[in-house]
Design a protein around this ligand. Sequence first.
Ligand code: SF4
Length: 214
Amino acid sequence: MPNDPNHREQAAAGLEQLAALVRAQAWRSDGLPALPPTQAAVLRMLAASNEGLRAGQIAARLDVSAASLSDTLKAMQAKGWLLRSVDADDRRASLLHLSKQGRTLAARLNHPERGMAALLQGLDAADVGALLRVTQLLVGQAQQQGMATGLRTCQGCRYFQPFASSDARQPHICGFLDQAFGDAELRADCAEQAPADEALLAANRERFRRRPPP
Ligand code: SF4
């Protein structure tokens, strides 16, 4: 219905439904344990990191307290999923990595037929691009409202130049790769991301949320 005043409530209800659905169903088939979401997020994060991560970096990206992450890490370590090594940059600190068992579990979690990834299988590239764009906008809102820090999205990246390309199919530029790209290539978690400062973040947020001129 056009101009439905409840459209934001409907969108919020849809997102809540999806999140609950995936939480309830995602990890229960194929012998996988029913993982708490934080443990699943730590597994994914460490699987994407070659060098390993400090506990403080993980807590910042997940926006959880060091104390609550500590309980999560203890539980994961007790299951044999984590290893620690000395951080060469600061020998008093340690880096967390996945053990072989942890890597196997992360690979199963990231399987394209599982969880959220399974729901995206039927979408075409334009719809995935639209979803990635909205994801960037929602993460930006979450960061503005203090609900998240440390997420490595394009919108929060110092290399991101929204609508800076003359190619309408690839309207954005990644300064790190020196490449134009479209919404379908927006990154929700990019290893090369470097956080933009406040002024650049505000300018990029404003530019990105506006529709490009026809
Ligand atoms: S470095 Fe990564 S996060 Fe930054 S603009 Fe390029 S692709 Fe996006």
